[in-house]
Ligand binder design. Structure first.
Ligand code: NDP
Ligand code: MG
Ligand code: MG
Length: 339
């Protein structure tokens, strides 16, 4: 098994006397800033004027422009949306860099050369393997979300020590830290969200729903069967792996799992997964996404609109209205985002 790092592996005092600037106050930003503050770290937040600025001030944090926060910090953690990072970096962060340590929560921009850090800075990442709101909530509960950490450039010889101290301060070393590289973190994160967590799953759910409704079954029933119930199954997998889930389902369901699962996800699907991984590794996916953003997202917006009109969404919206306990406020939906 790979070596896992826990609280005892981090130097408690490493961040003493250092100032950390958290740039961005969204899903990850608010969690990192507040957790670190409560862990005793000297934190400031870097933002533009707006919604997040007001929220961070209300949460009791010191807030500056991105440039001012960068200039006064020893450690700069960039928690802006990935597609915004290159521009903000070029215009507001880079001009204020001397020898600060530069940190990320995802390796995309550095790995694909959209951000090229100066050779005077340590460059590292701490990537919690979970949504920001859980990074915050689990910290408050005395637990944490596991994190990957990686060093890309080590000028001071202390980059690894910083990564561990930072991961500890946001609560992640309570759950476990795993060392990786920018390349491995970037490629596996993109693959996971495309093939399994987001892309694979939404396509599986829709195909199941369409198969039932096209055969004349009620859409409401198909929604419960193929989408709603998924959470209960995934919770069991989260708690006990595949075997834990299979322990709880009926033997009939388990037999169906064994004989039909491999018919759904067959060799052709696996070959396609390999092709998706290759596109990621060779930069094809990154290129497409970067160009899509430069063109103001025509495909993203068109598909997003079409998807929101799918029957499964229309039926689901109606059914969830009657289940207020699952119908969470819009501002909390970010919590279920995989990034
Ligand atoms: P969000 O989309 O939640 O962050 C948005 C924040 O960035 C807001 O505070 C927004 O402020 C601010 N912002 C946007 N544009 C600018 C700008 N031009 N100048 C200043 N501030 C700006 O990002 P995430 O937390 O989802 O992602 C941050 C990083 O963490 C990414 O690298 C991502 O890959 C990584 N990550 C995310 C995970 C997640 O759970 N979402 C999981 C693991 C890693 P405003 O209110 O002004 O718009
Ligand atoms: Mg991810
Ligand atoms: Mg991601």
């Amino acid at each position: 098994m790979a070596k896992m790092y826990y609280n005892g592996d981090a130097n408690e005092n490493y961040l003493n006397g250092k100032k950390v600037a958290v740039i961005g106050y969204g899903s990850q930003g608010h969690a990192h800033a507040l957790n670190m503050k409560e862990s005793g770290v000297d934190v400031v937040v870097g933002l533009r004027k707006g919604k997040s600025w007001d929220k961070a001030v209300n949460d009791g944090l010191e807030v500056y422009s991105v440039g001012e926060a960068t200039a006064q910090a020893d450690v700069v953690m960039i928690l802006l949306p990935d597609e915004m990072q290159p521009k903000v970096y070029k215009e507001e962060i880079e001009p204020n860099l001397t020898n600060q340590a530069l940190m990320f929560a995802h390796g995309f921009n550095v790995h694909f050369n959209q951000i090229v850090p100066p050779n005077t800075c340590d460059v590292l990442l701490v990537a919690p393997k979970g949504p920001g709101h859980l990074v915050r909530r689990t910290y408050q509960e005395g637990a944490g979300v596991p994190a990957l950490f990686a060093v890309y450039q080590d000028v001071t010889g202390e980059a690894r020590e910083l990564a561990l101290a930072y991961a500890k301060a946001i609560g992640s070393l309570r759950a476990g830290g795993l060392e990786t590289t920018f390349k491995e973190e970037t490629e596996t994160d993109l693959f996971g969200e495309q093939a399994v967590l987001c892309g694979g799953l939404t396509s599986l759910v829709k195909a199941g729903f369409e198969t039932l409704t096209e055969a004349g079954y009620q859409p409401e029933l198909a929604y419960f069967e193929c989408l709603h119930e998924l959470k209960l199954i995934v919770d069991l997998m989260y708690e006990g792996g595949l075997e834990g889930m299979r322990y709880s389902i009926s033997d009939t369901a388990q037999w169906g799992d064994f004989v039909s699962g491999p018919r759904v996800v067959d060799d052709r699907v696996k070959q396609e997964m390999k092709a998706i991984l290759k596109d990621i590794q060779e930069g094809q996916f990154a290129k497409g996404w970067i160009l899509e953003n430069q063109a103001n997202r025509p495909v993203f917006n068109a598909v997003n609109r079409r998807e929101s009109e799918h029957q499964i969404e229309q039926v689901g919206r109606e059914l969830r209205k009657m289940m207020p306990f699952v119908n969470r406020a819009k501002d909390k939906q970010k919590e279920v985002v995989v990034s």
